[in-house]
Design a protein around this ligand. Structure first.
Ligand code: CP3
Length: 357
């Protein structure tokens, strides 16, 4: 299926948006900006709406998910919305017992540890993604010319939560499974790629104008292990979008050693964490649009320090064919939202020459 004529990228609502143009490597009137985790606890209006309610229930209520997605767009004037959901939403919808524990993250009722556990994982029925489609449709209607970014977890990041049973420091059990039983590990990654892929495709079909895969824990793997055991599954997540012509972004943390591999596995745009300066990243993936990479640790500093850092990121980003300013990872919950609004204004002002890429 190709995108329907009423899709915002096709009917022209977002096809000329700065974000979409930059993701496609075209000239833009200013450097576009959005922030990973822009929807969330840094916003008082989010805390008020959530007020102790269950995180995954909020994700599955279309009106709530849509409202939370729109909050940072209204407040900060960012160039994109990121769909409010979580990488484990499709896992839950497949029928796996998973919750999100506040301050901790996704926790499994029963961790997935053996070949048997993996073979018993239920398949996601795409019809069960209805609340996701509904939330995306409402959001896209309200956004007008601002593009919505769809997202999903990369197979290894999702698999880490399933195997570990919850958040972990270095994904040791998941990496141990890769060594002890490579076939079971491959079967698990294939399940994750199908599940994440269906989630990503549903968002794009419902109106998202770009798609980002979060390979958050790719950096805990060696380059060799990522390349030989994981990369083809990450590529399959992107391949779920076959036939839908939307820009794709790969983001992970600690991915400095594998940046040059990413364009071979489905990424049209490379997201860079705070560890690799953008000019260095541009040398690893010459000609590729880059997204990043303001250090989240800088957001609590006095404004002149933040400003100097953002200007440095912009300067280094000029080495790329196109640059979308973002953070090098998510917004820390304690961030003063005023700081994010000021960053958006600064980036738009200093890059509004009409000649920026
Ligand atoms: O603005 C956005 O970026 C939108 C939504 C979004 C969430 N999770 C909402 C969320 C996105 C893109 C994610 C992706 C996600 N979820 C990733 C990949 C990105 C990354 O940070 O590397 C990962 C690893 C997860 C798993 C997860 N879910 C974690 C580690 C946590 C944090 C736990 C905590 O309380 O600190 C969650 C919960 C979560 N997902 C929250 C939000 C807003 C916080 C829950 C709350 O507000 O109670």
């Amino acid at each position: 299926m190709t995108l329907p004529p009423t899709h915002p990228l096709v009917d022209g609502r977002t096809s000329d948006a700065a974000l979409v143009r930059a993701y496609r490597g075209s000239l833009t009137p200013h450097v576009p900006v959005w922030f990973m985790r822009q929807a969330g606890r840094s916003l008082p209006e989010y805390r008020e709406l959530r007020a102790g309610g269950d995180m995954l229930a909020a994700c599955l209520d279309p009106a709530t998910a849509s409202e939370i997605t729109l909050q940072p767009v209204r407040r900060h004037g960012v160039d994109a919305a990121i769909f409010f959901s979580d990488i484990v939403v499709p896992v839950l919808l497949a029928g796996v017992d998973v919750r999100i524990v506040p301050g901790r993250g996704p926790v499994l009722g029963t961790p997935v540890r053996t070949a048997r556990d993996i073979a018993d994982l239920p398949e996601l029925d795409p019809a069960d993604l209805a609340p996701v489609r509904d939330a995306v449709e409402r959001t896209v209607d309200a956004l007008g010319a601002t593009p919505l970014v769809a997202f999903a977890g990369a197979p290894f990041t999702l698999a880490s939560y399933l195997v570990e049973g919850g958040p972990s420091k270095d994904q040791l059990r998941a990496r141990a499974l890769a060594v002890a039983d490579p076939d079971a590990f491959a079967a698990l990654l294939a399940w994750c790629a199908r599940t994440s892929g269906a989630f990503l495709r549903a968002q794009v079909e419902a109106g998202a104008s770009a798609a980002q895969v979060f390979d958050s824990w790719a950096g805990s793997l060696s380059r060799e292990s990522w390349r030989t055991q994981v990369a083809r599954h990450t590529a399959r997540t992107f391949a779920a979008l076959d036939g839908l012509d939307v820009p794709t972004v790969h983001f992970g943390t600690g991915t400095g050693p594998i940046l040059d591999l990413l364009p071979h596995f489905g990424a049209g745009v490379v997201g860079v964490d705070w560890r690799t300066p953008l000019d260095e990243a541009a040398r690893a993936v010459p000609g590729w649009p880059l997204q990043g990479n303001v250090d989240p640790a800088v957001l609590g500093a006095p404004w002149p320090v933040i400003e100097a850092h953002v200007l440095d990121v912009l300067e280094r980003g000029r080495a790329a064919s196109a640059h979308v300013l973002n953070l090098g990872h998510g917004v820390p919950p304690e961030t003063d939202p005023e700081v994010l609004t000021r960053i958006v204004r600064l980036v738009h002002e200093v890059t509004a020459t009409g000649a920026s890429t």
